[in-house]
Design a protein around this ligand. Sequence first.
Ligand code: NAP
Length: 449
Amino acid sequence: MSALLDEKLEPIFRDVLHRNAGETEFHQAVHEVLETLGPVLVKYPEFADKKIIQRICEPERQIIFRVPWQDDKGEIHINRAFRVEFNSALGPYKGGMRFHPSVYLGIIKFLGFEQIFKNALTGLPIGGGKGGSDFDPKGKSDDEVMRFCQSLITELYRHIGEYTDVPAGDIGVGSREIGYMFGQYKRITNRYESGVFTGKGLDWGGSRARTEATGYGTVYFTQEMLKAQGDDMEGKRVLVSGSGNVAIYAIEKAHDLGATVVACSDSSGFVLDEKGIDLETLKRIKEVERQRISNYLEYHPHAKYISGGSIWSVPCDIALPCATQNELNGSDAKMLVQNGCIAVAEGANMPTTPEGVQVFQAANLRYGPGKAANAGGVATSALEMQQNASRDSWTSEYTQRRLREIMVDIHTSCYETASEFGCEGNYVMGANITGFIKVARAMTAMGVI
Ligand code: NAP
């Protein structure tokens, strides 16, 4: 961890380390928030008296369970799944499910913790939670994924519900997995409870623009950061890491706004296409064929594929990390700064290491942390819940307009809060403090629970 903590916060952090041994990503996420809360406790000492921070750092409930399933050959496999119901001061727990072999409790807790503040920033009535499993959907047949999802929900169904806890997608969980999970939930409960999952298909309760929302929202946030300095996206050269849901729609919106995305990646390497990444090809490879990014060269032989190397070594104006946590370290950040990058917005959750964040802040470039920049996904999930509750289905134009307005509002509140606390342009301060104060006020009003 990099920056020092205020003397009131240091013992709280030490206690978090002690109570959550070995959960390094969770420690990192907590430290990053605590670094910014010193001035808040000076202004609102009642939050310290009520031990709001200590309570926020302890999840309300953590569920860990076994998920047995059979592959196509009849062999039995056992995975472990988690749901961390972190904070429900503002609404039902809300946050995605991640299926990836790296998943363990520390990852789900870091994601759930971030989600509390992100969801508060949207201004919508949603609490924070997250879940997932160490199951790897890569290389599995549709039937295998279905059997896994059914087994997972056979346990998880008793803990979720439209007023309790509302899961969605994340890494490895898209509309296919949401479909299988929702189907099993419906079957077990005998209730067509649309609002229990978000990210559903459009024919069965999904919201228009939800698929695009996180990526689009990240670019809208970038656009607002640039606007605050009298600049815009037009003509900018952009890097986007990842090539999944968030990355694809970040590329789409960046191109819509006149920028050129020249590189994107997966966990094996990155593609550099100086003519601009061809989105139709990318969607075909990733959404239809579920193939590797290196296949891009079969359609565009002029492009380059770099196995292993860092995408952040490519000169750019704007960097959008949209893959995974800690994918951009201190030396990546230095390369970006040296190459003239002016803005970074995180489509992924906590993709920049603490050293990377320090480099960006020292260089004074526009840096939008994930809990603000990628909040468009969960915001549109909340819009999906609104449509489900009113048995309504909004147009794409209307939903996208709401998404755009929410991202502009998030940017404004982060910017204004940072200025109020004497750190103009520091979106980390702005996002953490704005989200924290909303949750802290609600928790204070509800008493010691
Ligand atoms: P996804 O569709 O599963 O895509 C993940 C992408 O990241 C894949 O291209 C994957 O490549 C790549 N990736 C994973 N690990 C990598 C690594 N170490 N280096 C380079 N690339 C790597 O997931 P997603 O929904 O787009 O989520 C991406 C990020 O956005 C996550 O941090 C997630 O928490 C965050 N997020 C998602 C949403 C949402 O609505 N989906 C909302 C807010 C935040 P491989 O195929 O090689 O693994």
